[in-house]
Structure formats: C-alpha cells, structure tokens
Design a protein around this ligand. Sequence first.
Ligand SMILES: [Fe+2]
Length: 278
Amino acid sequence: MSPESRPVAGFQADPEFFRLEERTEFDAGLVLEVLQGRRLGVMFRGVIPAEAQKESVARFWSSPARRHREGEPSHYIGSYHWNKSTETYLAETEKITADVREVLDVPGSPWQSFRDGLADELARHGAVLRIAEHEGAEACPALVRAWDKEGSFALEPHEDEAQCGDPRQAGFEIQGVRDHEVCAVNMCVEHEEGGRLVIWNIRPDAESRRRLGIEHTGFSYPAEALAGFDELRIEVGRGDVYVFNGAYVHAVDASTGNRTNLSFLMGFIDDRTVVSWT
Ligand SMILES: [Fe+2]
C-alpha cells in the first residue's frame, strides 16, 4: 500500500454529531454552536433574497478584477492566505478588497446580513466579530468563486485547519483559531447542477498530514484514503448559506455549469473574539 492510499487517522465524531442541521430561516444561535464546536454545521436553505443573488452574480461576472487561470477549475475575485506568507496574503488583499466589496455590497447583501446577525448573537455572549488584522492591515472580507470543473471533484478533499499553522504566518492572529474551531462559511448565489458539499467524518491528525506531505496546506487527501469513513453529501442550491467545521475533510463534488459562492473562514481566537479571513 502506498503512503498516499493508507487511510488517514485522527478524530471521528459520534454519529449523532455528524450531521448538518437544516433550516429555512437564518438562526445565528446555530452558527454560534458551530463556532463553539457543539455542532458540525448548519444549512440555511434559500435565505439569500433572489434580487441579491442576481445582482451579486451580475457584478461577479462583469468585474474587471475576476481572475481565471487556464487549466484551473475556477473563476474568482479575492485573495486567500493558503500556502503563502502573511505579507503576501495581505499585499494581495489590499489590491483586491475594493473589487470584492463591490460584489458583496449589493442591496440585501447576504454577507452583511450574515455578519450583522452573527455579531448581534455574539454581543449577547460578550464577544465580537471582526475581520482579522495584522500590523494595521485587514484580511480579505470574502473570496467570490465560481467552480466549473467536471470530473470526480470540483474541489479536492481537504481541510481548513492545517493551513492555519503555516510557519510563514507565525504571529498572524488567525493562528489562534487552532485552539478553537475553524469554520467555513459559504453563500451560494449561482448554481446549475451537482457541486454537492461532501464531508467525511475524520479530523486528520498531524502525523497523517505529515505522511501525505500536506502539513501546512491540508490539501489534498486522496479519495482512497477516505473510503472507510462515513460521509455526508449535501445538495447545495441557489440562495443557500451554510457553515461547517472546516477541520473535517471536505470537498465539492462534480458540478455542471457554474456554482458561484461567497466564502470566508472564521473562528474564535480567544473567548471574546471571532475573526474572519479568506
Ligand atoms: Fe475548505
């Protein structure tokens, strides 16, 4: 058996925990439970107003800042901290934030509604929500991305925790999330077919990451190495907002046509502070 195909090891949740709660109205209390590690995730169906979806999609596709690299399965606007230094991330962020905000700041903005709702809930618990900072610079408010890849996965199996320990980002406050829970927030504004969210019941340990050579990236886990774990396959539709614990291995399965999402990561970095970044 090659090291790549050996199963990964780590923590597996109880079967009762390993599910996504579904609602048709936003409930910030459930999001707080995900942040606190008391819930795997929550799916809010159809909560983004139709006009806001339409306007977000129109602004995304017409934006001069939209990027697409030949051979890569996505179009995107925004920056991401994954696999680079804090300085590089923040420099890239500074250049693109105004363009990202242009897509986020639509009437009925799902990004703003989500954050306002969560901030109110956190305030009741003496905590705040803010964008992560470093030496006076701010992280990117969101990554707007359209997947258009066919094949087995549009986004390969990975987790979002390993990337929060990259030594090139030592001293960046987001690394505090490793003592809490890293949560992925996604808002779907355009969707044709497929592109389900897949989550496996495994939080890989450091040894498994090292063996796969993905200690600081968490990307990617070979599908064969995940075959023995329970998995959830969750349909995602236009207007859906969902939040889940990103330390569990997850992926986006094959999609047909465009699947456009606003996304960011967030987590507590101390008892009173939730920060977000991309
Ligand atoms: Fe992820």
